[in-house]
Design a protein around this ligand. Structure first.
Ligand SMILES: Nc1ncnc2c1ncn2[C@@H]1O[C@H](COP(=O)(O)OP(=O)(O)OP(=O)(O)O)[C@@H](O)[C@H]1O
Ligand SMILES: O=C(O)[C@H](O)COP(=O)(O)O
Length: 422
């Protein structure tokens, strides 16, 4: 079954490729996103969760009889995490349980020879796609289809599979160029993301509750503007710095120290946008109490009496938000409720995550900080939970932007899958 998103993208899956063209004996170019946090000194991979996730797609393609050539970016040129993918290959081997050959080349003669000699059942990982200068240029799929990157590699493959939802917001050759030249499909990680996110367009999945916190307040405002203008949200439960901004916008006194925090982060300039949303009736709840730091002591302070620096939401807020979440069919959570880098202020985020997962709702969680809370609570495998791999891609998607990687897959389907698109 192909996936569809916002009712306009029809995107084939691995099953469709197998059904209409056949995978056994084919050679597949698989775009994954194993861009991972890297220790600046040792260059070790600090979190291999993305590698573990994509291992599932690699293994399945191999089991179906394909030769699989995987590619990914890592960091950006000039940054300390812009490294070669040798260590990623070792971890991909560990998580797939299959031998993974690595070649420190992307489109040169060595890479092309390795691709040509790859046999069904074998896996090859190319080096960091951003070693190719074209990969950092944003252009249309049609333009990238003519790039050296794509014109050199595409003829060596039968199909292209994009499993990199987390890079779907980049219009780069490895994401948008290949679908113009090869029958293409979404991999399993991408498919899971699309299936989960399509619930945002299902009128039966209501009430929809968004629990939005963390520090990316600009991005969150964009999301709120989009959700509200489309009537796509029933209730917003604000935490983190997002909550503080909306409390000021509502005229609630959050105390001098916290106003200074918002000012230092340049967030007070967002007040007019927050006020406009409130005037238009944005259904947003803000906290009624906080865990604060007052002269190095932790206090629980209720609104109207806040003297300390806000570090987490308080127990009454957790209770109030938990009650609202009990009524939801779909909960989307992004950004932590407090400064969770300090273990003393993880409680609010922990409680909210627990309450969401124990509610009757389907829960979509995005962002590294909440992910770490889920891992700590051992809740990752819950059937009503989808942990998104997308950072920037998820933010843009929630803000209503079209993601070029998805558009390219849909265009490819029109070109190569007339069976599906009519
Ligand atoms: N009340 C608060 N005051 C100051 N900082 C806060 C507060 N609440 C949360 N934060 C900060 O927000 C940051 C996380 O927000 P962010 O929006 O980046 O989260 P994320 O969804 O995990 O994104 P990413 O995956 O990119 O890390 C943390 O560093 C945390 O300390
Ligand atoms: O981690 C991410 O958000 C993706 O891998 C995209 O990385 P980029 O922002 O460097 O394009």
């Amino acid at each position: 079954m192909p996936c569809s998103l916002r009712n306009k993208h029809l995107i084939p899956t691995i099953d469709d490729i197998d059904k209409y063209f056949g995978i056994k004996g084919s050679k597949i170019l698989l775009r994954i996103d194993i861009n991972s946090p890297i220790d600046p000194e040792t260059k070790d991979i600090l979190d291999d969760s993305r590698i573990r996730a994509h291992a599932v797609t690699v293994r399945e393609l191999v089991e179906r009889g394909a030769a699989v050539v995987a590619m990914s970016h890592q960091g950006r040129p000039g940054d300390s995490d812009f490294v070669s993918l040798g260590k990623h290959a070792e971890l991909l081997e560990k998580h797939t349980g299959l031998p993974v050959r690595f070649i420190d080349d992307v489109i040169g003669p060595a890479a092309r020879e390795a691709i040509k000699s790859l046999q069904p059942g074998e896996v090859l990982l190319l080096d960091n796609t951003r070693l190719v200068s074209e990969e950092i240029i944003e252009a249309t799929p049609e333009k990238h289809a003519e790039s050296i990157f794509v014109t050199r590699l595409a003829p060596l493959f039968n199909y292209y599979v994009n499993d990199a939802f987390a890079t779907a917001h980049r219009s780069q050759p490895s994401i948008v160029g290949f679908p113009m030249r090869l029958p293409s499909a979404a991999g399993r990680v991408m498919e899971r993301e699309l299936t989960a996110l399509s619930k945002l367009y299902n009128p039966e999945e209501r009430p929809r509750v968004f629990v939005l916190g963390g520090g990316k307040v600009h991005d969150t405002l964009r999301i709120l503007e989009h959700l509200h203008s489309n009537g796509a949200v029933d209730r917003i439960l604000a935490t983190g710095l997002v909550a503080e901004l909306f409390m000021v916008a509502k005229g609630i006194n959050i105390g001098e120290a916290n106003l200074r925090v918002l000012e230092a982060k340049g967030l007070l300039s967002l007040l007019p946008r927050a006020r406009r949303l409130l005037l238009r009736g944005l259904p947003i709840e803000t906290p009624v109490d906080f865990r604060t730091l007052v002269d190095d002591h932790i206090e629980v302070e209720t609104i109207g009496h806040i003297k300390g620096v806000i570090k987490d939401i308080g127990p009454q807020t957790v209770k109030m938000y938990t009650e609202i979440m009990k009524e939801a069919r779909l909960i989307v959570m992004r950004g932590p409720a407090g400064v969770i880098e300090d273990p003393r202020f993880r409680e609010g985020s922990r409680e909210l995550v627990r309450a969401a997962i124990e509610s009757n709702a389907y829960v979509i969680v995005g962002g590294g900080h909440l992910n770490s809370i889920i891992a700590e609570l051992g809740l990752a495998g819950r059937p009503n939970l989808h942990i998104s791999t997308g950072g920037g891609a998820l933010l843009l998607f929630l803000a209503g932007e079209d993601l070029p990687g998805l558009t390219a897959l849909a265009k490819s389907a029109e070109k190569f899958f007339s069976q599906l698109t009519g």
